[in-house]
Design a protein around this ligand. Structure first.
Ligand SMILES: Nc1nc2c([nH]c(=O)n2[C@H]2C[C@H](O)[C@@H](COP(=O)(O)OP(=O)(O)OP(=O)(O)O)O2)c(=O)[nH]1
Length: 165
């Protein structure tokens, strides 16, 4: 199979943010990439699945919640100094879901009031785009990180639509 240089350098990931009135469900990442930070639920897109299928699968694996109503709200490229691979993160949201949030080996879920989101214990870019997500505004972003704590460059734009809709 032919892979362009750009696709070889991109890794597809999903991120699902579940809401209920005035609240958002986050999980404390217990292991691996982003360990010790609150985040939505998600992970790598596996061979043979669509991005949406991957989002649903990771949501269920990490939180025990199911949703057939995931809507893509954001697309963010992350680059890390010294790593040629770009992480392309597809951000989905919904307020329609089934099940009870349940702790998994990867995540400890907790509801947060939207006025009380723990940005100090989240990825440093999140406080920049969460307001867009919370207001239902679609967005595209790019963040260049040095290590996992410092943003060197960034762009963030509101968009009318996203490529995979
Ligand atoms: N909120 C936020 N999420 C991010 C950022 N960067 C980043 O990769 N993520 C998300 C995308 C994915 O949901 C998650 C990383 O996925 P992962 O490495 O845990 O994937 P996985 O579950 O397939 O991993 P594993 O089973 O192999 O451990 O973190 C960021 O800057 N902010």
């Amino acid at each position: 199979m032919f892979c362009s240089r750009s696709s070889m350098m991109k890794k597809l990931l999903t991120l699902v943010l579940i809401t209920r009135p005035n609240q958002v469900l986050l999980g404390m990442k217990k292991r691996g990439f982003g360990q010790g930070r609150w985040n939505g639920f998600g992970g790598k897109v596996e061979k043979g699945e669509t991005i949406l299928e991957a989002a649903k699968r990771e949501l269920f694996e990490e939180s025990s919640l199911k949703s057939d109503d995931l809507k893509e709200i954001g697309l963010i490229d992350f680059e890390f100094v010294g790593d040629p691979q770009i992480l392309e993160v597809h951000v989905f949201t919904t307020s329609k879901f089934e099940g009870e949030p349940t702790e998994s080996s990867e995540m400890r879920p907790q509801w947060f009031n939207v006025k009380d989101i723990p940005f100090d214990t989240m990825w440093p870019d999140d406080h920049l785009w969460f307001p867009l997500f919370l207001s239902g505004t679609k967005f595209k972003g790019y963040f260049l990180f040095e290590g996992h704590d410092k943003i060197l460059k960034q762009t963030l734009d509101k968009v009318d639509s996203l490529p995979d809709e």
